[in-house]
Design a binder for this molecule. Structure first.
Ligand code: HEC
Length: 143
């Protein structure tokens, strides 16, 4: 089963954009994507996390379709005891940090061939950076 939240999100934006154009008149310059440019990185990262949230909690010990991302930084891939990971992720020998998360989120199947995360990837580097910044705060264990 493949969920493509990114694609749905894109379709929705395109739809909203069309409505906006119809209202504004087709000749005016589009004020498109003002949300992602004007909002602070934190808010942008949080909004992007919406594409992960259906499957990943940020709370300890909460398993969804995917493992919780609570404490993901510094964790070895596929080692959380509460989740049954694919053999591919278990043997990947990855430790999650900003760099490894970036390549995994960009294209999960390219980064870890055969893993079972049904997510097609987040193509924009700036989006991934904002998301990873957000995770650095939101997934950090409480001190
Ligand atoms: C449709 C469900 C789904 C979505 C959406 C999803 N994931 Fe996942 N994710 C999974 C599953 C299932 C696994 C376990 C994959 C495996 O075992 O091969 C996983 C694994 C992971 C892991 C490895 C965790 C570990 O402990 O090794 C990370 C990191 C991760 N996902 C991050 C993300 C991020 C960030 C997003 C959003 C951009 C996202 N995922 C979107 C289902 C999802």
């Amino acid at each position: 089963m493949i969920y493509d939240f990114k694609e749905n999100d894109r379709k929705m934006r395109v739809g909203l954009f069309r409505i906006g154009l119809a209202v504004a008149g087709a000749t005016s310059a589009p004020a498109f994507a003002a949300d992602s440019n004007s909002s602070p990185a934190g808010a942008h990262g949080k909004a992007l996390y919406e594409s992960c949230a259906p499957c990943h909690s940020l709370a300890p010990n909460v398993t969804g379709i995917g493992p919780t991302l609570y404490g993901v930084f510094g964790r070895k891939a596929g080692t959380l005891a509460s989740f049954r990971f694919s053999p591919a992720l278990k043997r990947s020998d990855i430790t999650w940090d900003a760099k490894t998360l970036d390549s995994f989120i960009e294209n999960p199947q390219h980064a870890v061939s055969g893993n079972r995360m049904p997510f097609s990837g987040m193509k924009e580097a700036a989006d991934r950076a904002a998301l990873i910044d957000y995770l650095g705060v939101a997934a950090a264990p409480a001190k």
